[in-house]
Design a binder for this molecule. Structure first.
Ligand code: GTP
Ligand code: MG
Length: 333
């Protein structure tokens, strides 16, 4: 039995081993991903991002618990968690913290948690994360939660993997709009104000609403006989429009979690109903394909052109004997 077959058969040890292979981008890992690929495409990928300490891990823990429980209208789901921690690769403190906090889920066969510390390039991190989601997807996990610390491009790249992205805020981080990264807001499908047991929730919510309104106006302002008038845009009747809802939670107490799960389900249904699910998947696959083609062509180029040839070309380029375009044409000939 191949490693991929063992994963499809539901063997957890094989799953853990394959995740390591994929994280290291080994040949065996790639071969297994090829084998598993036809079995992917079912899972709901949910990204959770936000500033450090806003309570993402606590929230992931709770979201996982609630998906496991199921409701009258929703069967219990199998849940995988990938905690991406691009911070210090030395201490691993946050990773350890995540494990401890997620102990509520320990022993549940329907849950698999994997922490990943940064190795190599940030691009590599996104690629490894993509591979890991494929493994979980093929292994039959219905929901895959991906936690990243919202700090930069790598997190945005990882968020692009997800069907639904939660952006987590907390009161008191500086309640002005400046504190809320516009780039992060752009990727939000659902805004969560966690730690809503803390003072300042109203300010945070107001700031978020203002930001949202700028991005998705719910009031149209127009001039009528020289006077400014405003009308409400009927968002409920524009099914194609998704306005990110703002959900308040207290992750440490599980407050607001049923509502958050409803919002997640609603967003999934919205994506499916509008065709956005397919559009997002296609856009993501296209980006993945482009990256792979670039990498493959570059690798091929390096095997056909020697270092000496490249050096010679660079020399001509430097001495203005050839232009960059002419150099490329010559090298590729
Ligand atoms: N009062 C309060 N504290 C919370 C809440 N959610 C989380 N915390 C606490 O906030 C701290 C940080 O929580 P984490 O879940 O580790 O936050 P995080 O965003 O995952 O942190 P990093 O991964 O390090 O960025 C912990 O001490 C939690 O117990 C909440 O809703 N209310
Ligand atoms: Mg965390």
């Amino acid at each position: 039995m191949t490693l991929a077959q063992a994963v499809l058969a539901g063997e957890r040890l094989a799953l853990a081993r394959l995740l390591t292979q994929v994280e290291n981008d080994s040949d065996a890992g790639r071969a297994a991903l090829n084998e598993l690929y036809p079995h992917t495409g079912r899972a709901h990928l949910i990204g959770i991002t936000g500033a450090p300490g806003t309570g993402k891990s606590s929230l992931v823990n709770q979201v996982a618990l609630h998906f496991r429980k199921g409701t009258a209208s929703r069967a219990p789901q199998r849940v995988a968690v990938i905690a991406v921690d691009p911070s210090s690769p030395f201490t691993g403190g946050a990773v350890l913290g995540d494990r401890v906090r997620m102990k509520d889920l320990a022993g549940d066969q329907g849950v698999f948690i994997r922490s990943m510390a940064s190795r190599g390039s940030l691009g590599g991190l996104a690629q490894a994360t993509a591979g890991m989601t494929q493994v979980f997807d093929a292994a039959g996990f219905d929901v895959i939660l991906i936690e990243t610390v919202g700090a930069g491009q790598s997190e945005v790249d990882i968020a692009r993997l997800a069907h639904t992205t939660l952006v987590v805020e907390a009161p008191g981080l500086g309640d002005d709009i400046q504190a809320i990264k516009a780039g992060i807001l752009e990727i939000a499908d659902i805004l969560v104000i966690n730690k809503s047991d803390r003072p300042g929730v109203e300010n945070t919510e107001r700031a978020l609403k203002t930001m949202l309104d700028l991005a998705h106006p719910t009031q149209k302002i127009f001039k009528h006989h020289g006077q400014y008038m405003s009308v409400s845009v009927d968002v409920d009747h524009d099914a194609a429009l998704w306005i990110p809802p703002i959900q308040r939670t207290v992750a440490t107490e599980g407050k607001g979690l049923p509502e958050l799960l409803d919002a997640l389900e609603k967003h999934r249904a919205h994506l499916k109903a509008t065709g956005d699910w397919e559009r997002r998947e296609r856009a993501r696959l296209e980006a993945e394909l482009e990256t792979l083609i670039q990498e493959t062509l570059m690798a091929r180029f390096r095997t056909t052109v020697s270092a000496a040839q490249l050096d010679e070309a660079l020399d001509k380029l430097y001495r203005r004997k050839l232009s960059p375009h002419e150099t490329v044409a010559q090298l590729l000939k």
